[in-house]
Design a protein around this ligand. Sequence first.
Ligand SMILES: Nc1nc2c(ncn2[C@@H]2O[C@H](COP(=O)(O)OP(=O)(O)OP(=O)(O)O)[C@@H](O)[C@H]2O)c(=O)[nH]1
Length: 556
Amino acid sequence: MEATTALALSSSSLATARRSPEKATAASLSLRRFSATTSLHLRAARSPALRSHQSPFQGWRRRGRAGGLVVRAEMFGQLTTGLESAWNKLRGVDVLTKENIAEPMRDIRRALLEADVSLPVVRRFIESVSEKAVGTDVIRGVRPDQQLVKVVSDELVQLMGGEVSDLVFAKSGPTIILLAGLQGVGKTTVCAKLAFYLKKLGKSCMLVAADVYRPAAIDQLTILGKKVGVPVYSEGTEAKPSQIAKNGLKEAKVNKADVIIVDTAGRLQVDKAMMNELKEVKKAVNPTEVLLVVDAMTGQEAAGLVSSFNDEIGITGAILTKLDGDSRGGAALSVKEVSGKPIKFVGQGERIEDLEPFYPDRMAQRILGMGDVLSFVEKAQEVMRQEDADELQKKILSAKFNFNDFLKQTQMIAKMGSFSRLIGMIPGMNKVTPAQIREAEKNLKFMESMINVMTLEERERPELLAESRERRKRVAKDSGKTEQQVSQLVAQLFQMRAKMQKMMGAMQGKESPDMDELMGSMKAEEQSAAGTGRRRRKYGNLRQRQLDAMRGFRRR
Ligand SMILES: Nc1nc2c(ncn2[C@@H]2O[C@H](COP(=O)(O)OP(=O)(O)OP(=O)(O)O)[C@@H](O)[C@H]2O)c(=O)[nH]1
């Protein structure tokens, strides 16, 4: 019952905020605390770094090429901090206006420029966010600062390409992936990482060593190929790259490989010879994908490179490496907008498994560091219609919360995700152990089975059950429970009413409730035997009406 109580209250505070934002200070304060705690709990649960009291971004590591020194980089930390100051300026604001977003927008602009996002991209971004933030599509129940987070988040996702851009596979014959890029960006490493990733998808791969200028590159690829368990085709350093690629493709066809990945030579900077060579290789094998590997740490320069490679040889996308060492984020944010080509993968470490598809939405959430709050509020709104929330609040305040409402709440919990995930979101409930959660889930099912056999009238007016032993006996018999268990359920509903009223009163009035204290007292209430002096002393006048009802019920 505790979780249901807390959930009902959080929904109700949403309703208060929606109906009269100016009066909802206590309710929104409570929701704000709720949201902040939610974010923390979820991030802590997901991130091993946070579990040990670190920022979730502090766990990223980069090992320098030469020294083997471990450098910690806070991924996009700078940008996240910059954006935070924008949200903070909107605290206490009721609605977003052209005037009150001016300063936060300046902060966002500054944060993006400091993140090394190119100026035209920043301009377009700011324009679009400002327009949408002040526009009509207000998200009901979400505070203005959270609303701006949502608009910025959506725009960031769009900026980075919207959807994840999957690898394209050839319809027949081997899929050919040609990798290009400047020296030292991580091409050879990406060859092996990509093969490892594709192997996990069940594809057989072959690597082709077409970097003939750096002899060590062939050895490096051979070693990596062994490590990943994929064959490497090479002809030494004498043959022409286009010929090696062609022969490699023949070999792949004989071996029935699903995918071949061609490693090409890099240069220190873009030059004609490199471009011509790439064009020849491309002509020789007609690749399914031509991916440019760029180093995230070069910021907007990486985006410029994607653009010029695309103009020169025609590419299908980019792979952004060394994201683990990038504290700014300019490359991730600029590539698609500047070049029109999507980022398909990101490398975030030196290990073979440190390559993953680029998900614009996940990246936006990382940048904002607030995704969990928004997704929870959205989810809550999705399942809790405004009218239901208003209705529930009215019922709580007039002590009419009944078994139908109780069922609705438990069904809502089911819709919102697992009980265990939800319980972690409720302030004061975070200390609940997994065993207690399992127990609570079992209890809810247990209670539901009794409610399901009640008549509609009994569900509507629990007093009927409190007043009639016959009714309780019937419910016990039909649900296969004992009469005592039914009595306990009815008593619990009255306790829940009292508790909710107390919390709602606090939310609407002067102070926001201390969830820890309330949860504690709720537990104490359950532990103390019904009708004892301790129980009456503890709850006194506040619950007089409920106690009267319960006393009447016990006497029967
Ligand atoms: N931290 C980190 N290091 C990476 C990543 N990808 C590659 N590296 C490192 O970057 C260095 C260069 O990688 P290579 O794969 O040799 O680069 P390359 O582009 O093939 O270099 P050339 O053959 O000289 O053109 C190596 O030390 C890699 O371990 C990454 O995502 N994160």
